[in-house]
Design a protein around this ligand. Structure first.
Ligand SMILES: CC(=O)N[C@H]1[C@@H](OP(=O)(O)OP(=O)(O)OC[C@H]2O[C@@H](n3ccc(=O)[nH]c3=O)[C@H](O)[C@@H]2O)O[C@H](CO)[C@H](O)[C@@H]1O
Ligand SMILES: [Mn+2]
Length: 352
């Protein structure tokens, strides 16, 4: 402490001044954070616990209006009361708060067998921008070519796990065997590492946000080619001998094979059913018309999904952009089917 010639205590005076500035700043910060804290949390999710000291504070958002449904142009709930997720039907801040509190961990499975490894880079890079940002994510990349999986820098709390698996000759079999492999890894590994699984095609890119609004016990996705079709238009398996058979007067929606998920337990049940049904058909020399997709549709008919993702979550620009489609979150990467799926046809293309 310093003392001047006239005996005044300068040190104390300065620290008092500092103290009052600090106090004013503190009061200001307190009001700012209690007013805008949730926004700050959204901008900088990793500082959330510092801002709130681990506790949740007030959250302000528009009141849901009983007499003003946010969407009237599309079905937003099924007859068994499962939500159908469309833009405008949910508040992501409210959902994020719930899922952050649970510290939810999400596994995203993709298969990159043979030439499909070319899709991994774009898939993961766009997922880093749009998929479950701010949450814990494990990418599970099933491949027969581990050396072809690129090294991609991931955000904090996210990791990429390469799982080496066998490849099959026919592309249909590669697609179908995903059920068996997801089933086996669910009970052996995923159950210990993540809370939910999201199982998608790899020949895709994220182009808008996909967050925790998709998560539920077991969810499926409307196929972009059939969301407006009638039962007769659905390409379900129609041969009664097949395990995937769906009669003409049954069926709710046509679900896409390339996007389903849920808790590990539910994904285990789904993939186990589909794989067993495929194996039974194989014994009878049958394979359903749209492979894994047909068995998935059969499963969802008798085990209704607890949530359904709208076509925003699985789109193909080949279908244009209808009015109901406010966001295209996950879109197909155009591919030359013959060239990428089949060795022989590549040779044929080259020779042509
Ligand atoms: C978006 C969507 O709903 N896609 C479904 C659709 O066909 P797609 O035409 O989208 O099938 P596809 O060629 O993308 O194959 C399905 C997936 O299997 C994997 N793969 C396939 C072949 C290969 O050589 N290597 C490889 O890794 C890859 O992850 C690919 O994304 O119908 C298929 C069954 O007919 C599956 O149900 C797909 O999920
Ligand atoms: Mn695909």
């Amino acid at each position: 402490m310093t003392t001047t010639a006239n005996g005044r205590d300068c040190g104390q005076k300065i620290s008092l001044k500092k103290l009052s500035i600090l106090l004013i700043c503190g009061v200001f910060a307190f009001f700012a954070f209690s007013r805008y804290g949730w926004k700050v949390q959204e901008w900088y999710p990793k500082y959330r616990y510092i801002i709130f000291c681990g506790e949740e504070k007030r959250m302000l958002y528009p009141k849901p209006e009983t007499l003003k449904p946010p969407r009237t142009d599309v079905l937003t709930i099924t007859p068994w009361l499962a939500p159908i997720v469309w833009n405008g039907t949910y508040n992501i801040d409210v959902l994020n708060a719930q899922f952050h509190k649970r510290g939810v961990r999400v596994g995203l499975t993709i298969f990159a067998i043979k030439k499909y490894t070319v899709f991994v880079q774009t898939f993961v890079e766009t997922a880093e921008k749009f998929f479950m940002v701010g949450h814990k994510v494990n990418y599970y990349v099933f491949t027969d070519r581990p050396n072809d999986i690129p090294n991609i820098t991931l955000a904090e709390g996210r990791q990429l796990v390469v799982l080496i698996v066998p490849s099959y000759q026919r592309w249909q079999e590669v697609s179908m065997r995903r059920m068996e492999m997801i089933r086996d890894f669910s009970s052996q590994r995923f159950i210990n590492e993540v809370d939910y699984l999201v199982c998608v095609d790899v020949d895709m890119r994220f182009s808008d946000e996909v967050g925790v609004e998709i998560l539920s016990d077991v969810f499926g996705t409307l196929h972009p080619g059939f969301y407006g079709a009638g039962r007769q238009g659905f390409t379900y398996e129609r041969r009664p001998e097949s395990q995937a058979f769906i009669p003409g007067d049954e069926g709710d929606f046509y679900y896409a094979g390339g996007y389903f998920g849920g808790t590990i337990e539910e994904v285990y049940k789904l993939t186990n059913f589909c794989h067993n049904a495929m194996m039974t058909d194989r014994e009878n020399k049958l394979e359903a018309v749209w492979h894994d997709e047909s068995y998935l549709n059969k499963y969802f008919l008798y085990h209704k999904p607890t949530k359904i993702l709208s076509v925003e979550y699985l789109w193909d620009n080949g279908f244009g952009v209808p009015d109901i489609l406010k966001r295209r979150r996950f879109v197909a990467v155009p591919k030359n089917h013959n060239a990428i799926r089949n060795k022989r046809s590549i040779r044929r293309l080259r020779n042509a």
